[in-house]
Every structure is written in C-alpha cells, then in structure tokens.
Design a protein around this ligand. Structure first.
Ligand code: 16G
Ligand code: ZN
Length: 531
C-alpha cells in the first residue's frame, strides 16, 4: 500500500541504531536524547494506530521529567488523559526495537492483532518540555504521524499534565474544559479564585509562595498563568530557566531525595516553598523552622491534607460519599497510621507507578492518590461529582451544607483528574491552607514522619526479585523475605521492603524505624541480604 511506502521512506530518515533495545517502562521510553530519534518516529506511527483503534485523539508527550537535561523520553496519552493501555505498551516496545527491515512487519502485526480499521481518521496531539533536544524530537513524532496520514495538533511547550488535560478535553467534547493552554488556565484559576475568595482574613503574607520551577516547563507555564490568578497567589519564582540547567541541584526529585532545599532559593524561617519537577507533574513543599531545620512535606503529607479537607467538607455538606487514599509501599508509616486511625479514612496500597495508583483510586467515589515523591491527584466518580453538584444547588439544603458542597464543587474543578499536576496540586494546597487558616508548620504537624532511608543496590540481575502484596513482600528469591523479616524484628516501629526498579538497573531498598540511625542500619542490613 502507498501508505506504507511513505512510512518506509520516512523511517529511513530516522534510522534505528542497530542492536539498541529499549523498553516502554513506567514512564514511557527514557534514555539519552541522541538514542531516541527512531523511537519518536515510531511512537508517531503507533499513536496514529491507537487513535484509529479508539476513534479518539491520542496524546504524545516528549519529556524525561526529572532526569538530567541530556536525557529525553516519550509517553503516549490515552483518550481520557490516562496512561497508555498495557497491551499497547507492549506494542510500543516491539515497534521501537524492530530493526529497520522489520518495521513494517511489526506495524502490520499491531494492525492485525488489534483489528485496526486503517480507513478510520486519526488525530494526535503533541507536547514537549524545555529540553534542548525536545523540539527536534517532537518534529520527528509529527513526521511519524504524517507518514501514516494522521492529523495532528502541536501544542508546543506544555507541561505533561497540560497535555493530558488537552487530550481529555478533546475527547469529551469540551465537557472537561477547553482544549487550549488558555482554557486550562481559565478553568483552574477560576476555581482557585472562587475558593480563596472565601478565605477570611487573608493577608498578602499568607498569599506569598516561593516556587522552584526546576528550570523547566513548569516555571514557564506558571509565569503565563500568573495574570489569571487575580493576585490571590503571590508567587516568587526561582530556577525559572533563565540561567540554570534543568533539574540540576533543583526540582522536586532533588529536594525529595536529598532532603534539602534546592539551589537558588532563599528561605526565611516559616516561609512556604515548593518545587516542581522537570515536566511539572510532581510537587513537594518544604520550609525551614525557626531553628533553621529543613522540613519536607512530601506526597504523603499532601494526600493527608487534601483527604482530610475533603472528608471534613463531605461531613459538612451532608454527603455520604466513600473516600479513600491510595499510597504505595514508600508511604511513610506515620501517614498511613494517621489516616486510618485518626482520620478514619480507608487507605489502600498499590504498586509503584502512577497507572497503578490511578487505577485503584477509580474504585471510589473520591480516590486521593499520591506517591511519596509528590506525584498525585484526586479522582471523583461520575456519581460523586453529580451528588456534589446537586447539593451545591439544592435550595432545600441548609446554607451550611450548600456552602460546603460549593467548596467541594470548586475543588473538583481545580483538580486535574487526568494525572498528577504540580500547578493544579499547588493551587489546591494553597486554597486548603487559606480556607483552613493553616500555616505550613501547622500542616506539617498533622503527623511526624518516621525516620526512613532509601538505598539502591546493584545486582547481576534485578529480575530475580519478584514481589507481591503491592511490593511489600518479596516472593523470590527464596529466603529473602524471611531474612528481611528477621532484620525488621530487631528494631521498633520498623518496616522494610525491596523492589526491582522499573526505571534503573538497580534494586531499591526502603526502611523505616524509630530513629534515623536505626532506619539507616536496617536499610543497610537489608541491602546486604539482597546480594
Ligand atoms: C516512574 C513513575 C513514578 C514512579 C517511578 C519509580 C509514572 C508516570 N512515573 O517515574 O510514578 O515513582 O517511576 O521509579 O508512572 P523506580 O521504579 O525506578 O523506583
Ligand atoms: Zn515528572
């Protein structure tokens, strides 16, 4: 077919390095930018097939998130803004790894297996982060899309969650919002302003927030958005990309891993600060106390703040909706205990990786999910959203109840339900702190994190480790879990687990215990048991 002739011709402009093998992992493909040209072209092809198959617009985001500037990556976004379906992750891997002469066979294989109707129209939308390599790589994606006759729209520089938002808007015919960057700013900022206008006695001091933009796309987009926020938030932006290098000594991942403030930000005692990651789908907060001690408020603290706020509002609004928090094994034990025992919120544990948490959170009327690293959001079921809307307009309900339901309604509009979103999460947090009149140290004081330690261990083959129970139990190699159990028993308030990384060739070890010394020792002892 003429269609495929074009694919072959154009593919020769994006040759695959012979022998290079990559895998569509938890965050799509990610490696050195110079090794990704063929992958981009082929993901353009695959997105066209996925679009034909789903009869919907599909998204492609060119980013390597918190990785170093020299890296890049690519992820496909499914019709409602969710992560790509697992079977298609497989196809992505097969297509990316086919040698040049096998490309058509691999492509036709997908068409056949999925019974893709090649007459169906296709539409793909593309976005990219600020990496120097991203522009060219996103052009290559478009080349792939065009060579299979797909239509496209190039959103250019956008955050990952903005691209997810666009995909969802396009496939829900505007119900979720207007599929433009401006539409995103309007929807989110309107909800934010509605919420913060109801916070009493808010001074400029309360409105002030220091943001570390990781020298990335989030900084750029936050600047664009500022005008929409009607001075309800006063942002001082650091690491805005004007001079520093992307993710270098800054950003959410740096702050979370190093447990210290990013370079370039000056923190006065008690000042609220936050960091985005390189594609603005993660956020962590932090502050220095009066003694100059650094305090991190990670995804667990964020989930706790948001779920507590929502639960209180549900009670006030007289709404009987089921709320749950989804965490991973990395969630600090104190957060789980606080949620279950003090807040009486049900908590579930999912495997690491956004798609697992997202999937679990969909089971509830309101599902709050966050990874400790700061990636997360809140999902509302159709029924849940509907009940909230009805109560907000219910003339027969008491004022108090209606008011609480209205706050819930604005919160729903403020949240990007497609994926974790640093900008939207930041505004949710700021609105909650404003409405509850909480200073950052009061939020922090909801519970105290148990000391913990993470280590990576290099092993010959990390795949020999197999886990169960949302990665909290090692089922192979034999004897490993027993060894971990015996080590954990030596300490109090202790817990430890190991899991093979999905993004690096290492085994990750996590341990927590009553003191930092004990957490460190336990992590070290467990890492020895892994060898
Ligand atoms: C990916 C995941 C992130 C997870 C991390 C774990 C997405 C979009 N991203 O970056 O959620 O925390 O992998 O990495 O799912 P690891 O398997 O190397 O520990
Ligand atoms: Zn990211």
């Amino acid at each position: 077919m003429a269609q495929f002739k074009e694919v072959v011709q154009r593919s020769s402009l994006h040759p695959k390095p012979v022998g290079l093998v990559l895998q569509y992992g938890t965050s799509g493909f990610r490696t050195k930018a110079e090794d990704l040209d063929h992958v981009m072209f082929r993901m353009g092809l695959l997105a066209v097939l996925r679009s034909k198959k789903t009869k919907s617009t599909i998204g492609i985001m060119v980013t390597a998130s918190h990785n170093p500037e020299e890296d890049n990556g690519v992820k496909l976004v499914d019709p409602l803004g969710e992560m790509l379906a697992p079977a298609w992750e497989e196809y992505s891997t097969q297509l990316a790894n086919a040698e040049e002469q096998g490309l058509l066979t691999a492509l036709k294989d997908v068409i056949e297996k999925e019974a893709v109707n090649m007459q169906q129209e296709a539409c793909v939308v593309v976005g990219r982060d600020t990496r120097p390599s991203s522009e060219k790589l996103s052009q290559t994606v478009l080349d792939g899309v065009m060579s299979l006759g797909g239509k496209y729209h190039d959103y250019g520089l956008v955050t990952t969650p903005q691209l997810h938002f666009m995909v969802c808007c396009r496939n829900t015919h505007g119900l979720y919002g207007t599929a433009s960057v401006e539409g995103y700013y309007q929807k989110v900022s309107q909800a934010f302003v509605e919420l913060t206008k109801q916070a009493l006695n808010r001074t400029d001091d309360h409105k002030h927030l220091k943001v570390d933009g990781a020298n990335g796309i989030g900084a750029l987009k936050l600047k664009e958005m500022e005008g929409f926020l009607q001075k309800e938030l006063l942002v001082s932006l650091y690491n805005d990309g004007s001079s520093g290098k992307l993710n270098y000594l800054c950003g959410a991942d740096f702050v979370k891993v190093q447990q210290k403030s990013p370079q370039g930000i000056e923190m006065l005692a008690g000042e609220r600060c936050c960091s985005f990651d390189g594609d603005a789908d993660r956020i962590v907060y932090y502050y220095n106390d009066d003694a100059g001690r650094f305090h991190l408020l990670d995804g667990d603290k964020i989930a706790t703040l948001i779920s507590t706020f929502l639960k209180e509002l549900l009670t006030k609004a007289g709404l009987d909706l089921q709320i749950a928090v989804v965490q991973t094994a990395y969630a600090n034990g104190s957060s789980t205990q606080y949620l279950e025992e003090t807040m009486k919120v049900q908590v579930h544990c999912a495997k690491t990786g956004v798609k697992h948490l997202h999937h679990k959170a969909q089971e509830f009327d309101i599902g709050v999910y966050f990874e400790a690293n700061g990636h997360g959001t809140v999902l509302f079921s159709k029924v849940g959203e509907e009940k909230i809307k009805q109560q907000a307009q219910n003339e027969n309900a008491a004022d108090e109840k209606r008011k609480a339901a209205k706050i819930l309604e604005s919160t729903v509009n403020l949240i990007n339900q497609t994926v974790g979103d640093a900008i939207s999460d930041m505004l949710v947090i700021e609105a909650i702190l404003a409405l509850k009149g909480l200073a950052v140290h009061q939020w922090d004081a909801m519970y105290t994190d148990l000391p913990n330690r993470q280590l990576k261990v290099k092993v010959a083959d990390r795949r020999v480790i197999d886990t169960a129970d949302a990665e909290r139990c090692a089922v192979s190699p034999p004897g490993l879990q027993e060894a971990i159990n015996a080590l954990v028993k030596k300490y109090s308030l202790s817990r430890a687990f190991v899991r093979p990384s999905g993004t690096e060739d290492v085994v990750r070890v996590y341990a927590e215990a009553d003191t930092q010394g004990n957490a460190d020792t336990l992590a070290y002892e467990v890492s020895l048991a892994v060898y």
